[in-house]
Design a protein around this ligand. Structure first.
Ligand code: PLP
Length: 414
């Protein structure tokens, strides 16, 4: 114990989240000069063109009409039985892979990532992800006494960098017998990049080749943004690759209701596993149920029931898909405008395919973001560049942004 009381492993841990920091600065500026004069590109939730938080109307309606016991009773630790069945259909769609599939309810996608790191790696091991990554991956690793390493995500000509991934997998497997690879796709946060089904197949080939000598690999697909990534069934084709994996490669999926159902604050998601054998599948279920008991116990019952009620009703299902499509189109329109303007002014961005965010590579993103504050634009400085939340900026404020970002980036990279 330290003088202040926490145990050794906890000393110095403080979540200095630069996303919330940048947002706080934008909110402060809005108070001073009026929200209409501030572009807040920091928020990771859909805001409409009046900058109001979007809640899918069907989700809101269903959630509000549940019976008392559907909110207030304890849920089973693993999750409601209907939820565990329907969440598989919702996640995989027509691309449900062959194999033994199990799901477990989690506290959002974050909970699914938490359980994966906890149950599929050992203390001090290194977890691998791409160099552009969602910051909490590192927080989760560090909190569980794991390390996070990265590979270069894209080549100079903006193709997925398989060679860098392969080299890192090789390097890590010289030091440990097991590797956890986390890939956030489609509509990657923070760049909007997506891997094709062929890309995922190649990734799996790399894992197979590198574990031939008796080592083990775990592939976690974090699909938090899948419902805003493109045509529903098209973007789900990546899952077919999880069928028929050898026993030493585990396929997992982190699913979230935060974005797809706009239930960010209701904390609901699932961890799904496609296993080669019944025994592996049972082990997945047992260890993750145990971890749930040991962390949050059980998950938000009302949120699980909302998904169940919607998915058991064809009309509600059709309604929610229509509503999502509308917001997918809204974000895409903003992304298309930003991309067009970026091209016109020569601003280099990571190829944006879809999703909530796009990113601009920059060697000094903190300084560039400070310059943007003078234009009343607030974005998030990350290790590799600047993240712009297209999900949160009305189209009229997107107009002209690319040129201002270009000026700021040029100023710091001179
Ligand atoms: N993965 C990524 C890349 C995310 O950006 C998020 C949310 O921002 C999540 C997972 C999971 O979010 P939640 O725990 O709210 O479901």
């Amino acid at each position: 114990m330290t003088m202040n009381g926490v145990a050794k492993h906890a000393i110095g841990k403080a979540a200095k989240d630069n996303i919330f920091g940048a947002n706080a600065a934008a909110v402060e500026a809005a108070k001073k000069i009026g929200a209409e004069n501030v572009t807040n590109a920091t928020i990771g939730a859909i805001l409409d063109d009046n900058e109001k938080l979007v809640t899918l109307p069907t989700v809101s309606k269903v959630f509000r009409t549940l019976q008392d016991n559907q909110y207030f009773a304890y849920a089973p630790i693993a999750g409601l039985a209907d939820f565990l069945k329907l969440v598989q259909d919702d996640c995989f769609g027509a691309s449900k892979p062959e194999g033994y599939i199990q799901a477990i309810a989690t506290s959002g996608g974050t909970g699914a990532i938490h359980h994966t790191i906890w149950n599929y790696t050992d203390p001090n091991e290194t977890v691998l992800t791409s160099e552009w990554y969602w910051g909490p991956y590192k927080v989760l690793c560090r909190d569980m006494n794991r390390k996070l390493d990265t590979y270069r995500m894209l080549t100079e000509d903006n193709k997925f960098d398989f060679a860098s991934l392969e080299a890192k997998v090789k390097e890590i497997l010289t030091k440990q017998d097991n590797i956890l690879l986390i890939i956030n796709t489609p509509a990657h946060n923070p760049t909007g990049y997506s891997l094709t089904p062929e890309d995922i197949a190649k990734v799996i080939e790399i894992l197979k080749a590198e574990t031939k000598n008796g080592k083990k690999a775990v592939l976690l697909l974090d699909v938090a943004y899948i419902d805003y990534a493109g045509e529903r069934e098209e973007v789900r084709k990546i899952f077919k690759n999880l069928a028929h994996l050898p026993e030493n490669i585990i396929g997992l999926v982190a699913y979230s209701l935060s974005k797809g159902y706009t239930m960010y604050g209701q904390r609901c998601g699932a961890l799904l596993n496609v296993a080669a054998t019944k025994e592996q599948s049972q082990e997945f279920f047992d260890v993750n149920q145990y971890s749930s008991r040991a962390t949050w116990s059980n998950i938000n019952r009302g949120a699980m029931q909302t998904l169940v009620t919607i998915l058991q009703d064809e009309k509600l299902k059709a309604d929610i898909m229509k509503e999502r499509d509308q917001y997918y189109a809204l974000i895409k329109e903003r992304g298309d405008l930003f991309t067009k303007e970026a091209e016109a002014c020569g601003l280099k961005m990571v190829p944006y395919i879809a999703g909530f965010f796009t990113s601009i590579p920059c060697t000094n993103p903190g300084a560039a973001c400070d310059i943007l504050h003078k234009d009343n634009i607030y974005a998030v400085p990350l290790a590799k560049g600047i993240r712009v939340a297209l999900c949160a900026i009305p189209k009229k404020k997107v107009a002209g942004m690319a040129a201002k970002i270009k000026a700021a980036v040029d100023a710091v990279e001179k």
